[in-house]
Each structure stands twice: as structure tokens, then as C-alpha cells.
Write a protein that binds this ligand. Structure first.
Ligand SMILES: [Zn+2]
Length: 159
């Protein structure tokens, strides 16, 4: 499964592409400590030929497995790119890969999804980060029982 569009057909009419592609297939090199692209990316695309370019418009939707950058909670982030519009050349350095009559839209879609990802995924806008872990009760009691040197010195002075 890949995002290929028939250039010969495009000369006559625009083509609609709907479906989904495995994120691992879309961006095999994607690596991030906090995000994993492990769900399929759903796409609804309209491709139109414009002289030496393709005009790609549509919507992308996926979910990303994330770890919160502040509290390390694992959560599922919904990512969508609505009504994006992209002009991709068929010639030159930035050209789409073309195989016979087929142009591969994968790089264009990959870029749009990657741009929609947060730099620091957060489980929620109000995430306050890691809560200080409560110390085991025994330890707390023992610490309180031990005289605090500074204060006990003051107490001694008063006496
Ligand atoms: Zn969080």
C-alpha cells in the first residue's frame, strides 16, 4: 500500500485518493524519544495536475503514542491536518518520486504529518509535571524524630 497517483489519468481529471497508510510505512525513519507513529494515517486527498506540479489538498488523521514531556504519562494524541493544500513539483530537486506513470505522494504526506506533531507532547495543557513522590512513612517519621541541627541550636540558646 502506498500513496501513488497515476499521472496519465491526472492529465484528464483530478483524482481523489481515500484510504489509510501505516505510519511506519509513511515515515520509517521517524524517531523520537516521546512519540511513536504506530497507528495508521487516514487520508482523504484530492490531486490535481497543474502544469509541472501537483496540487494536493485534503485531510489527514492519525493517532500518535506519546509520553508526556512533563509527567511521563503515556497517552494517545489525536493528530489531524485539516484542509491542507500543498503544491508538489514533478521536476527539479524537490520533485516527487515518479515510477513510470505513477507519482508517489508519500513524502508530501509525511511532511504534513510530521509538521503537525508537537515538539513537546503534553498529556494536557495544565500538566504540572511529576508530583513529588511521597516518602515512605517510616522514613518521614524517623527524619522528624531526628533533631534539626539549626533549630536545636537556637533552642539551646534560648534555654
Ligand atoms: Zn503530563
Amino acid at each position: 500500500m502506498s500513496l501513488k497517483v497515476n499521472l496519465r489519468l491526472l492529465e484528464k481529471e483530478s483524482i481523489q485518493l481515500d484510504g489509510d497508510i501505516l505510519a511506519s510505512e509513511l515515515a520509517p525513519d521517524f524517531q523520537d524519544e516521546l512519540m511513536r507513529l504506530s497507528h495508521p494515517v487516514e487520508y482523504e486527498l484530492m490531486v490535481e495536475r497543474q502544469s509541472d506540479s501537483l496540487l494536493v489538498t485534503g485531510n489527514l488523521r492519525t493517532h500518535v503514542d506519546c509520553e508526556c514531556a512533563r509527567c511521563l504519562k503515556v497517552f494517545l494524541l489525536s493528530v489531524q491536518v485539516d484542509e491542507f493544500s500543498l503544491m508538489v513539483p514533478l521536476a527539479g530537486e524537490e520533485a516527487l518520486p515518479v515510477d513510470g506513470d505513477f507519482a508517489d505522494l508519500t513524502p508530501a504526506v509525511r511532511e504534513d504529518i510530521l509538521l503537525a506533531l508537537p515538539t513537546n507532547p503534553l498529556c494536557g495543557p495544565d500538566c504540572r509535571g511529576l508530583k513529588p513522590k511521597g516518602q515512605p512513612r517510616e522514613l518521614q517519621v524517623r527524619e522528624q524524630a531526628e533533631p534539626n541541627t539549626a533549630w536545636s541550636a537556637l533552642d539551646n540558646l534560648k534555654l
